[in-house]
Design a protein around this ligand. Structure first.
Ligand SMILES: Cc1cc2nc3c(=O)[nH]c(=O)nc-3n(C[C@H](O)[C@H](O)[C@H](O)COP(=O)(O)OP(=O)(O)OC[C@H]3O[C@@H](n4cnc5c(N)ncnc54)[C@H](O)[C@@H]3O)c2cc1C
Length: 458
């Protein structure tokens, strides 16, 4: 079992910083090859941005990452290895769109076949997919048009290339929903890389057959808990890493519970957390700048629990997209597999989050319930439970879903600063992944890549 009050041992062949999916994956890959790795986790739990819990009524919910898609082979392999069951995301029935002018539109399937801006949206997605096909997933800054693409924000790109304002509203919400950032905050190059990394724009957006395909019956933290169980005493909780000092013959990792000597270190923390660790000697400038200029996205996830999924009686799927002034951007039916309760999950992103999170707790709740009532009826105003997780206030990761490099950063610092090892220090984390960058699957593959680097160097 992971330990929370243990002193770290004086030394370990490999130290891993962070027990999110990336750190656990690096440690597990080393463990599987007979190399002990000590995992140092600051929080009192494993899983990082994946945090499952039970509500007062016993309903399993995921405050952070939750979905797995059919091409997320690394996460599916963990699910199989540890016997963690998944089930399809509920999308039976009509989805609802609420527009800025108050118009309500409904559709079935993965998206509307017609309506304002739909054809132009699909044209734009096809153009994005065509451009993304040219991205080298291991060196995004190396493609011929990288400098031009990294110099332009997605906001400017959409306004320059998409004439239809409704299509732009659809694209803006897609960016908020996938990157939990505003289109002005990311570059075209980062957008194209992310799209390529997932295998296409619709892979990021869709439910069945794509990123939102399935959920974990016991919560998405279950595979991480099982991996930590497998690693046993090698996972130390409540052990914050403050400094990583490289010496000629090894590394000293300074933690809140004392120092650990190691041959190699894998740092698997989100970029803002990495920036809070003191490195000696100082990291190369490119790595420092990359970490400093990669800001976490802004997202909150609100779960609202009802006695039953009453919206299904009216033929509604519980899925909604909001193009107006509501704080909520997107809603999903997050009810448990057997629908013993009805659960709606509302996502609040970007600028909407900045305004909403400044409200009082009471006003935040009223705002979200008011939106759900307009979408699904007055019953939505009277839930059994209301729970919110505002990720920018999380002490350890400070945002989500992932960090997005500021426009221009890929070109200026990406080649050296993205994930190249710095001496005996190796980098893991969803933000260092080539495939499914920003997702749990990417976190796992990044840990496996870092473990390969370490094994080659030991
Ligand atoms: C609201 C939300 C919804 C999401 N939805 C999905 C989804 O449905 N599907 C999906 O695939 N992905 C989703 N994601 C993204 C996914 O959760 C992340 O990409 C992934 O979990 C990141 O894993 P990681 O190991 O790279 O980093 P993290 O999970 O952030 O792990 C880093 C760990 O480092 C620890 N740490 C930080 N600083 C220190 C320190 N100084 N010393 C020691 N430990 C430290 C942290 O406590 C943490 O445990 C979502 C994320 C959020 C926030």
């Amino acid at each position: 079992m992971a330990r929370s009050s243990a002193q770290p041992p004086e030394s370990a062949p490999v130290a891993v910083v962070g027990a999110g999916y990336a750190g656990l994956s690096a440690a597990l890959a080393l463990h599987d090859r007979g190399v002990p790795a000590l995992v140092l986790e600051g929080a009192d739990r494993v899983g990082g941005r994946v945090h499952s819990g039970r509500t007062e009524h016993g309903v399993v919910i995921d405050h952070g990452g939750q979905w797995v898609g059919p091409t997320q082979h690394r996460l599916l392999a963990w699910a199989e290895r540890f016997g963690c069951e998944t089930f399809p995301t509920w999308e039976t029935g009509r989805a609802v769109e609420l527009w800025h002018d108050g118009a309500v539109r409904e559709f079935t399937g993965s998206g509307p076949d017609d309506g304002p801006g739909v054809a132009e949206y699909h044209d734009a997605v096809a153009r994005i997919d065509a451009l993304a096909a040219g991205i080298d997933l291991d060196a995004p800054a190396s493609c011929p048009r990288a400098a031009e693409w990294d110099a332009e924000t997605v906001h400017s790109f959409f306004r320059r290339t998409v004439a239809c304002s409704e299509a732009r509203r659809r694209l803006d919400l897609a960016v908020q929903g996938v990157w939990s950032a505003e289109p002005r905050e990311i570059s075209v190059l980062h957008l194209l890389f992310y799209v390529a990394s997932a295998g296409g724009f619709d892979q990021l957006m869709d439910t069945a057959g794509a990123a939102q395909d399935s959920r974990f019956a016991a919560g998405a933290q279950a595979p991480a808990l099982a991996a930590a169980e497998r690693l046993g005493d090698a996972v130390l909780l409540g052990t914050r890493v403050d400094a990583v000092e490289q010496r000629g013959d090894g590394v000293v990792v300074r933690t809140s519970r004392g120092p650990v000597r190691a041959e190699r270190v894998v740092v698997a923390t989100p970029p803002p957390a990495t920036a809070g660790i003191r490195f000696e000697p100082a990291l190369p400038t490119a790595r420092q700048r990359w970490v400093q200029r990669s800001a976490m996205g802004d997202v909150a996830k609100v779960h609202v629990v009802y006695p039953r999924p009453f919206w299904r009686d009216a033929g509604l799927s519980g899925i909604a997209s909001l193009y107006g002034a509501d704080a909520t951007g997107v809603v999903f039916d997050n009810s448990p597999r057997g629908a013993e309760f009805g659960v709606l999950a509302a996502f609040v992103y970007g600028d909407r989050l900045r305004a909403w999170s400044a409200m009082s707790a009471r006003d935040r709740r009223a705002e979200v319930l008011g939106t759900l009532a307009r979408l699904f009826g007055e019953q939505a105003r009277n839930p059994l439970e209301y729970l919110e997780k505002i990720w920018p206030t999380d002490e350890w990761v400070r945002g989500g879903y992932a960090a997005n490099p500021a426009p221009g950063s890929w070109i200026a610092h990406g080649a050296e600063g993205w994930r190249a090892p710095c001496g005996r220090v190796h980098w893991a984390g969803s933000e260092t992944a080539s495939a499914w960058h920003g997702y749990i699957d990417g976190a796992i593959s990044s840990g496996e890549r870092a473990a390969r680097e370490v094994l080659a160097a030991l």
